[in-house]
Design a protein around this ligand. Sequence first.
Ligand SMILES: Cc1ncc(COP(=O)(O)O)c(C=O)c1O
Length: 367
Amino acid sequence: MIPLVDLKGEYNLLKEEIQNAIHNVLQSGSYILGEKGRELEQKIASLTGTSYAAGVANGTDALILSLEALGIGHGDEVITTPFTFFATAEAISSVGAIPVFVDIDSITYNLNPNLIEQCITDRTKAIMVVHLFGQPADMDAIRKVASEFNLKVIEDACQTIHSTYKGKSIGSFGDISCFSFYPSKNLGAYGDGGMIVTNDNTLYERILLLRNHGSLEKYKHRFIGYNSRLDEVQAAILLVKLKMITEWIDRRKDLAKRYTAKLSEFVGTPTIELDREHTFHQYCIKLKNRDGLVVYLKEKGIATAIYYPIPLHLMEAYHSLYYKKGDFPIAENTANSIMALPIFPTMTLKQQDYVISSLMEFIGNQK
Ligand SMILES: Cc1ncc(COP(=O)(O)O)c(C=O)c1O
């Protein structure tokens, strides 16, 4: 079986170092908000070229705390994409705000900046931009409309660590930006984890309070917060894995290049915009008979996945927002035709060739 990702394979490469790192934390007696967490925060701030980073419990909390820190809440509107993981919009709803969906660009699958302005009302407070699959969104255009209408920008960079747009790191464009360390992410923990980065000292200080019950000093609570901290074991594991980030992303890029060279004539392959670096958290293709290919590859022992089969405006959870089929044609068409192929740093060329030849067989059988 060729998996979609091979987390055990990655672990085996780093086994000794990771076991030592975990052991050292267990021996230290400090398990939450300690030295490892602080070291990771410094390294992520430096990787993303931002001034401040704060570890939190997961990427969803990173989004929720960021919205709260910006003062976004009940009745406010936040513009976002309908083609993303549910947590993006869920975070907006969690703080009592309303997600306002805008269709995506058909090439990058990210928010189409040209469609934002027509959705702005006097309740709009922010744009939550997602960099999907490792491909940065068009940040110049998004920041332009945000500054024209005095909106905050929150980057949902949960899938896109260590990517760049015009040479600058993703995470450094938003007023505040969020990363996830969910195990399958390009930088994944062995449990949940997340990080918020910002250049704004006031927002950073609010996040430090929000993640710790509204408190910095024991038993002095300034407001109602959350219990959302990145624990020391996960931070220590992430510090080991962080050393591999460039090498492993380069490997993803090489594999993606190879897929595209062999497949672009036959199926829709990802386009890398000239001014951006795509880190291929997912390698997604588009084709008409997507469902047939999923079944065919499964029979050949190749795992695939569909990210995402239902755009958020058509999710049951959002029936109350009264969107309907046809509202966002590009997102809907993409949801019906997209699928992810296996891509992971330990993937061998032999494994990839098998995926490619199986896919070509399917295409040949369709003719
Ligand atoms: C785009 C996006 N936003 C938010 C999240 C939420 O992150 P987490 O699973 O760490 O809560 C994820 C990942 O799962 C994601 O892919």
